[in-house]
Design a protein around this ligand. Structure first.
Ligand code: FAS
Ligand code: PHB
Length: 392
């Protein structure tokens, strides 16, 4: 005998948790089935920049209290190239908009705590999770837990299980089209309890490779170095990381760098990926399960949020009014915003990284585009309105 719910959610990352919370507050029953443990998920260091739309959605989910208390509001970023830094003033260029610096880990923690407080069920450490019969009106989510086969009869299955999840993989190949670009490099990320080198983020284009100076608070910094996709964190002792970061920073910034022991170090591959459509009958994909962006534009987590905005509205409309319109238009609405963020993330990545085949002409094109960008209000406005987040 299995359980029954209205919406079964696969994945307890930001997409699954945010969807679960928004549906719960609308009186819709959900069960989240997650393959990892709560602690494992909270140990993953991921995104750090929240668009205003994402903050508003977290507020709508009733989980914004700590975010507003601890999050840092940034109204611009610096672009550094040819030994100079140039500020892109978001507030001035977008009529006052900015971004909030608040780690994805903290967003996930707040959402997990809210779900616990709401006494909404989450099955952690589930194995062999498998969505079935979603092309008819009675889908079933199967999984193994503590050695016992379980099943959840439901009305809908939300595939919020990330890039390596089972949802997209359970759709027959003839029903799905994928678009992909793998980049010939990765990001080596380091987290350390040292004060950030600058008040806002610094994106660096350097002939040795891209670097990013970010943060999680005024006492915790997050740095990234472009590296070969095959490199591993153990290839980079802390001192080697700090020395390479210094080489990629302009003199004044390097002089202000505070170094310290890494509390986390990881290498992330970079890829652009979109699966179309995002709906297959009663199975609906959201977040990384449907699309991946290179983190250069800080869009991954924010796209998961906008997918969940559209999907939660569609499901609430379905249960409240019986309307199918939101579900029928979900994929097209979500993908329209996804593709714009894919373009922006690809553009930022192309502009700031060293590609093996760039060559002298390609390098000059990057520097000419950067030089034009920081001297043109129109070009800086285009960057700013994409970075702070396009409207839903
Ligand atoms: P997630 O991958 O976060 O969550 C999916 C969940 O589903 C996971 O908990 C997973 O364990 C679970 N799952 C997978 N398969 C399952 C199965 N078969 N059964 C049950 N559960 C299953 N974005 C940014 O905006 N800025 C960044 O700086 C940034 N850095 C990143 C660094 C790394 C290393 C990675 C991998 C991603 C980064 N991202 C960044 C993107 C990232 O933040 C994602 O966009 C975000 O986690 C998307 O959230 P979800 O869609 O919920 O997917
Ligand atoms: C981060 O702080 O992890 C971060 C910030 C901005 C990005 C990517 C990652 O574009």
């Amino acid at each position: 005998m299995g359980k029954r719910t209205q919406v079964a959610i696969i994945g307890s990352g930001p997409a699954g948790l945010l969807l679960g919370q928004l549906l719960h507050r609308a009186g819709i029953d959900t069960i989240i089935v997650e393959r990892r443990s709560r602690d494992y998920i909270l140990g993953r260091i991921r995104a750090g920049v929240l668009e205003q739309g994402t903050v508003a959605l977290i507020d709508e989910a009733g989980c914004g209290e700590r975010l507003h208390r601890e999050g840092l509001i940034h109204t611009g970023i610096d672009l550094a190239f040819a030994g100079e830094r140039h500020r892109i003033d978001f507030a001035n260029l977008t009529g006052g908009k900015g971004v909030t610096i608040y780690g994805q880990t903290e967003v996930t923690r707040d959402l997990m705590d809210a779900r616990l407080a709401a006494d909404a069920p989450t099955i952690y450490e589930a194995e062999r999770v498998w969505p079935a019969d979603f092309d008819c009106s009675k889908p079933v989510l199967h999984y193994l837990h503590e050695g016992t086969e379980r099943r959840i009869a439901c009305d809908f299955i939300a595939g919020c299980d990330g890039f390596h999840g089972v949802s997209r993989a359970s759709v027959s190949e003839d029903k799905i089209t994928v678009f992909e670009r793998a980049y010939p490099f990765g990001w080596l990320g380091l987290l350390a309890d040292v004060p950030p080198v600058s008040d806002e983020l610094v994106y660096v284009n350097h002939e040795r490779g891209f670097a990013l100076c970010s943060m999680r608070s005024r006492t915790r910094s997050r740095y990234y170095l472009q590296c070969h996709a095959s490199e591993r964190p153990e290839d980079w002792p802390d001192e080697t990381f700090w020395a390479e970061l210094r080489r990629r920073l302009d003199e004044a910034t390097a002089a202000r760098l505070t170094t310290g022991a890494a509390i986390e170090k990881s290498v992330a591959p970079l890829r652009s990926f979109v699966a179309e459509p995002m709906r297959f009958g009663r199975l609906l994909l959201a977040g990384d399960a449907a699309h991946i962006v290179p983190p250069t534009g800080a869009k991954g987590l924010n796209l998961a949020a906008s997918d969940v905005h559209y999907l939660s509205q569609a499901l609430i409309d379905h249960y409240r009014t019986g309307s199918e319109k939101g579900l029928e238009t979900y994929s097209a609405r979500a993908l329209a915003r996804v593709w714009k963020a894919e373009r922006f993330s690809w553009w930022m990545t192309s502009l700031l990284h060293r590609f093996p085949d760039t060559g002298p002409f390609g390098r000059r094109m990057q520097l000419a585009e950067l030089d034009y960008l920081v001297g043109s209000r129109a070009a800086m406005t285009a960057l700013a309105e994409n970075y702070v987040g396009l409207p839903y």
